[in-house]
Structures are given as C-alpha cells and as structure tokens.
Ligand binder design. Structure first.
Ligand code: MN
Length: 151
C-alpha cells in the first residue's frame, strides 16, 4: 500500500465513517468530483492514476467556463472504491459532512509531468480539457495547484 493510502486510513475510523477503507484497486481511467459539505463547502476532484484516486480539494468549486482558474489543494490519495462513495461522514470524524457525487465519467490523459496534468474529462457536467498546474516558487506549498478548463 502506498504511503498516501496509509495516510488516508490513519485519518479515519472505519468503525464510525461510512467511507471505504483504503486499498489499491484497478479500473478503467475515471474521474469523480465530490460535492462535500464539510465545515467549508468544496469540491473534491479525484482522478484514477496509478491504482489510486489522486485527489484535490477545490474550495471555490470546479470551473466550468474556459480559462477560469481555481485553487486545487492536493490531498491524500483515496481508494478506487471512493469513486462510488456518497454518504454522511459523522461529526467528529475527518471531513465530517455530506458527500455527494457532483459528476463522474471517463477521462483521457493528454499530458502528465511532475507539475502538470492535462486531461479531457468526459462527464455529464464537466466535459472538456482541464489542466492542473502545480504552483512554483519557494513559499508556495507543495500541495497547491491550479485547475482550469482550457478547451
Ligand atoms: Mn473533501
């Protein structure tokens, strides 16, 4: 199990949360965007890559119009089974609040480097080419990215 999934498991008490336990899995490439009513409402963008769901919290929600840039803060990898998750995380648990699927679908990987991921999302609401670009610069957090729709 990768360190990220370990972190995922360590943050959660699976006797209390309805979320799936972290384990690696396989599936056709897909993305899911969760609408998460935690203490601060946000979207969570998740892309199946390398057997886990690479995840980013998007505080101002996923952009649907071209060239609107939004902050996307990378969070720990989530298990593939999280792609089906909807439910209510109890008070006191990590990420407490309601989680619903905002959109889900296949995606095509167009480019991937350490600091750039370009995908064509094939969802019902989110359709088009999206770029994730990691912040550069000394003071920028390692976890801060920008997400924007480019086409
Ligand atoms: Mn979240």
């Amino acid at each position: 199990m990768n360190a990220q999934l370990k972190e995922y498991n360590e943050k959660r008490d699976f006797s209390r949360t309805p979320e799936p336990a972290g384990e690696e899995g396989r599936a056709e490439p897909f993305f899911v965007v969760h609408d998460h009513h935690a203490s601060m409402h946000h979207h969570d963008l998740r892309l199946l890559m390398d057997g886990t769901l690479k995840s980013w919290a998007v505080p101002k929600l996923m952009p649907e119009e071209i060239k609107v840039k939004r902050l996307a803060v990378q969070t720990e990898d989530h298990p593939v089974a999280y792609g089906d998750f909807e439910g209510s995380i109890p008070e006191g648990e990590y990420g407490a609040g309601d989680v619903k699927i905002f959109d889900r679908g296949g995606y095509e990987l167009l480019e991937r480097t350490d600091d750039k991921i370009v995908v064509k999302l094939e969802g019902k609401r989110l359709r088009g080419t999206y770029a994730l670009i990691k912040f550069k610069g000394k003071e920028a957090s390692e976890k801060n990215w920008l997400v924007m729709r480019t086409r």
